[in-house]
Write a protein of this length. Sequence first.
Lengths: 226, 226
Amino acid sequence: NIIIKNLSKEYVMGKVIVKAVNNIDLDFEKGEFTVLAGPSGSGKTTVLNAIGGMDDPTNGKILVDNVNICELSNSEISDFRKDKLGFIFQQYNLIPVLTAFENIRFSLDIMKKLSKKEKAIKVEQIMEEMDILEYKKHRPDELSGGQQQRVAVARALVKDPEIILADEPTANLDSKTGETILQLMKRMNVEKNITFIFSSHDKRIIEFAKRVVWLEDGKIKNIENR
Amino acid sequence: NIIIKNLSKEYVMGKVIVKAVNNIDLDFEKGEFTVLAGPSGSGKTTVLNAIGGMDDPTNGKILVDNVNICELSNSEISDFRKDKLGFIFQQYNLIPVLTAFENIRFSLDIMKKLSKKEKAIKVEQIMEEMDILEYKKHRPDELSGGQQQRVAVARALVKDPEIILADEPTANLDSKTGETILQLMKRMNVEKNITFIFSSHDKRIIEFAKRVVWLEDGKIKNIENR
Ligand SMILES: Nc1ncnc2c1ncn2[C@@H]1O[C@H](COP(=O)(O)OP(=O)(O)OP(=O)(O)O)[C@@H](O)[C@H]1O
Ligand SMILES: Nc1ncnc2c1ncn2[C@@H]1O[C@H](COP(=O)(O)OP(=O)(O)OP(=O)(O)O)[C@@H](O)[C@H]1O
Ligand SMILES: [Mg+2]
Ligand SMILES: [Mg+2]
């Protein structure tokens, strides 16, 4: 599980202090299916980046299975991300020189225990489920926006990690495709007890979620439990 | 107005030919408020990029006010884009080393006839309307996803061009912010007779539009006139 205490993230810009996250307390249980919602600029990505160890908070603690990840060294954080986490970035962050297939397989490469053949089967299977198998040899700049997004989603899901942090995973997808991906994530959540924490404006995700944490100006405004 | 005849765009990838757009005929009248809709990968961005002279089609003609833009030289195309067009990119394409304010003012710089002071007033006004004035000194990597998107939208709108091509302009915005921007665009369309052509999955844009062109696999599947 994840325990966040007094989390703050500030940016100093000249004389102005931007409080992206302002003293948040928030807990997540194993196997949750929860979304961080709220207006553009309310702090959703900043909270996800903090949980994912992508960014150092200005203040506060983040305990993941009782280990405070804010106190880990760079190599310990990178092991944490490799072993426990799948991250879907809001801007995809695909590797431009690799094909769609190689981008997804890359996240299995860092988990050493599979053979090359086993990896290829897992990558093809998730690409089939996301309806992007036909584009496996395309590089990111040879893919549509929504196809790039699905490669970014597949790259996180293929790992079957303990925790998946998904930042706006359906923003560039049509209803039917977005729905299919949400159903797939829900199945992984129920069958494998994987914890999903989303950031999203998408009504479909907010309706699917078991819990909605509403942020505004870096603070928690309201929590809905379904 | 815009007349598209026999438009095709193909990519050759090894032995496979990807038909991104497959022989489309489509006309747009001045002052339209139209959306290209359809599944991810159906060809929406490719059609917008062709109209905007961003990409050479494999085949076909695109007449803008009776000039075939496919036959223009590079410098003539760049004049066409500078004088007549505002483009909102699906991935924003902001200039990383400039602030939000400078990114928006840059699109006025290429229209020589305003003084520095007049430009600053126009930039501040559009940023105020898009609720991003407070972030004017932030660079793109110091902005949230939806804030970057609004800078990209503002950069196109501030020019008051004849034609605005908007590729998924609300994908990363919450309902309220997306709604505000759509109302602003509708006002510009009605008051200044600016032609808007959108690519979008967003139900709000599809409902707002006067005409919906449904694409599938690079072809026009259906056209709805409201
Ligand atoms: N450079 C390229 N090389 C090969 N195929 C490409 C290239 N660019 C685009 N494509 C393909 O052309 C098709 C249409 O792409 P396009 O970006 O127009 O779709 P779209 O409707 O905008 O999709 P989305 O809603 O996901 O943004 C896609 O299947 C894509 O993979
Ligand atoms: N590097 C930075 N420097 C200064 N301010 C920043 C920086 N990164 C983010 N911010 C600010 O922090 C606030 C929160 O940003 P964040 O990306 O978490 O918002 P968000 O809720 O994900 O928004 P969106 O829905 O638009 O993606 C924003 O107002 C943003 O401008
Ligand atoms: Mg965000
Ligand atoms: Mg597109």
